[in-house]
Design a protein. Sequence first.
Length: 115
Amino acid sequence: MAEDKARSRVVLYVNYHGKLEVATGIVRNEDEGGDEDDGENGDGPASAKAKDDSPKLTPPATLFEDLTAQKTAALRVELVHNPDVALAAVVHAMLLRAYTGYVSEQRRPASAANL
């Protein structure tokens, strides 16, 4: 019990409602060293290495395009129903350009490329 407490960590994060929350007892994989198995039953480090050698599956690019289109459509619908949020988003984008000089490379107009 004392060793588990010494290895565990605390994570602070902001939840969905903007409140600070604390998650205690978090143990990273690198810190788990006390109960290592010899890998005979498939739960130990030997099986973990075998899993790492498996090929990585990557989703097709068309899936990303489809999900991005759906996300964009959903954002448009929500902004239509919330004009205050839409105005805040537009003002935020304008202030980013005006005060920080931030302009996305993808959305930079050709005339602004020489600035």
